[in-house]
Design a protein around this ligand. Sequence first.
Ligand code: TMP
Ligand code: ASP
Length: 254
Amino acid sequence: MTRRRRVYEGKAKVLFEGPEPGTLVQYFKDDATAFNGVKKSTITGKGVLNNRISEHLMVRLTDIGIPNHFISRLNMREQLIKEVEIIPIEVIVRNVAAGSICTRLGLTEGTALPRALVEYCLKSDELNDPIISEEHITTFNWASPQELDEIMNMSLRVNDFLSGLFTGIGIKLIDFKLEFGRFFDGDEMQVILADEISPDNCRLWDVATNEKLDKDRFRRDLGGVEDAYQEVARRLGILPEGGPSDLKGSSSMQ
Ligand code: TMP
Ligand code: ASP
């Protein structure tokens, strides 16, 4: 097999050139980082699980008309996606106070917010992803007012849908981060959901016990990280065919 061109490498994923123009292959690593790369480790099987979890959620979002980059899963760690021009903004939707909003605003973790809150951060490792307002986004032309409108509407629809989906499997969707990109099809441009949706970029708490089933187990050294990701996949009904023993997955990264 010929060596593929590596287009981009992030902390948890690698993007390779895809088989057709306008496509990419998204490879999910087991690498985990926190605090902007200061804390680093690997979580065995995370890439395999996130590949599956993100596929499952993106497909469900396609079903309800949220356009996204997912095309098909290729193997244990890779999926084919549409190539987009990433909009350099991280969109965070919060239902319950947790993480940075608690330190920033002095809130107690676990406090329900009066309504879903959308926050934006600039996607910049050098600047440590600073929080920004809509005014910053349009002033510096990171997204147009119309794009921002679509991003906000899609993010809230994703929140409504995923909140319901997770409630159905005994999980509270506390918050999550989304990224969007511009997909060019001839003369047409469409803003679509990109990146991934997984326990790496969502906070997921068990409804009954408030047990954390997400990357906070790694960020905060709570232990049971692999088990938490597996539990989310299990409840979604998508543990890999061979069960937990299959989680290492073939590494087709080349
Ligand atoms: P925060 O509370 O640290 O701001 O995180 C809010 C949500 O965004 C949480 O679900 C984790 C996710 N997130 C990412 O996906 N990437 C990041 O770099 C950070 C800081 C948070
Ligand atoms: N993505 C962040 C990092 O850069 C970590 C996080 O999710 O908290 O390390």
